[in-house]
Design a protein around this ligand. Structure first.
Ligand code: AMP
Ligand code: MG
Length: 341
């Protein structure tokens, strides 16, 4: 079947807009660094600036609560008190960690927010990135177990059972933040916006001309900005986990940031990237990491079992696979890849 090739909306916007009550035709754009990544808002409408200010505050608030790198964050409070006592947290942090535990259960432990001790050993994208030895890895994975997260909803507190255990919500917090930005925009009467938290995208509403957004999926083998395919969506989250996002190369081998909790090593299931299309970005973020670690067969089966959620897998042998619900919205734009549909 021939598919229409559209312009890629994350790159370029060409809008036609006519109205008796003119709405600012150009997008208001803001870019800044938070949550360990580059955040970009592209917002349409006369109230864009105020909405962007509010959303920026919300992102910074989430980063302050959930960063493992900030000593005063609620997450650090849980980590510092591991094996000692429960730490009180607010409803945002509680919600994100509860969701993380749900996805740990659903993925049979492929997703595990207690992965931090192993992530710390690898130090990927820090100035001390290195390959840990087997003893270090063994000691690290011994500390990883989501079943050791004690959630007390009544008390709004969270405790890690054993000393030296540590949480990391890096695989889910950006999704939560994207949902929260969307909510802030909605409250501020924004109808059309592209929210991009380092590849964790929420395409809010339609484009200003009423047509769907076209979101480009990064070519995992090329530098940033080159894409393999585009997906047409309206009011959806599109989140990608890829081995090209954070990594280092040693002796020609790539060591990336998505860790298989079973081995303590970067996940090796023949996957270059997984993309999840869903209504809520928190689900998309968690599931993109789940699917990456589970691999094509188990990952695909998991996503097909969840209503309203779709996935795109790109494998090392340059084959693109997608779930059934999304086939009509996909356009392959790069002939180096083969779309198995
Ligand atoms: P993402 O890019 O959303 O797939 O998340 C990757 C980030 O989540 C990494 O940088 C780690 O901080 C953390 N992480 C790595 N492996 C896992 C895992 N198996 N489960 C949960 N979080 C992980
Ligand atoms: Mg994720």
């Amino acid at each position: 079947m021939e598919r229409k090739v559209n312009n890629f909306d994350c790159k370029e916007e060409k809008d036609m807009f006519f109205s008796p009550h003119p709405v600012k035709k150009d997008a208001t754009i803001k870019e800044f660094y938070s949550l360990g990544t580059i955040i970009q808002f592209k917002v349409y409408g006369n109230k864009a600036e105020r909405a962007i200010d509010k959303a920026t505050d919300r992102i910074k608030d989430i980063d302050n609560k959930m960063s493992v790198f900030k000593d005063y964050s609620q997450l650090s409070k849980i980590n510092h008190n591991a094996g000692i006592r429960a730490a009180k947290v607010d409803k945002d942090t509680y919600f994100v960690i509860r969701k993380a535990v749900e996805y740990s259960v659903l993925s049979g432990g492929a997703f595990d927010p207690t992965i931090r001790p192993v992530v710390g050993l690898w130090g990927i994208q820090t100035d001390h990135a290195r390959i840990p030895n087997n003893d270090e890895i063994d000691a690290g994975i011994n500390l990883v177990n989501y079943k050791d997260i004690i959630l007390d909803e009544k008390d709004s507190s969270i405790m890690l059972k054993r000393e030296k255990q540590e949480l990391d919500v890096g695989a889910i917090a950006k999704g939560f933040a994207a949902d929260e930005v969307k909510n802030v925009f909605k409250k501020n009467k924004i109808k059309s916006a592209l929210i991009n938290l380092g590849g964790n995208i929420f395409a809010m509403g339609n484009k200003i001309d009423g047509t769907p957004w076209n979101i480009g999926i990064q070519d995992p083998l090329k530098s940033r900005g080159e894409i393999v395919l585009s997906i047409s969506v309206k009011n959806k989250s599109v989140v990608t986990s890829g081995n090209y996002e954070r990594y280092f190369i040693h002796n020609g081998k790539r060591f990336h940031h998505i860790i298989d909790p079973l081995t303590g090593n970067p996940s090796e299931k023949g996957i270059l990237s997984t993309t999840i299309v869903s209504d809520h970005s928190i689900d998309g973020d968690a599931l993109s990491t789940c699917a990456f670690v589970m691999g094509l067969n188990r990952g695909m089966a998991l996503i097909e079992s969840i209503k309203g959620v779709d996935a795109i897998f790109i494998t090392e042998n340059k084959i693109v696979y997608s779930t059934s619900g999304i086939k009509e919205n996909l356009s392959l734009l790069n002939n180096d890849f083969y779309y198995e549909n």
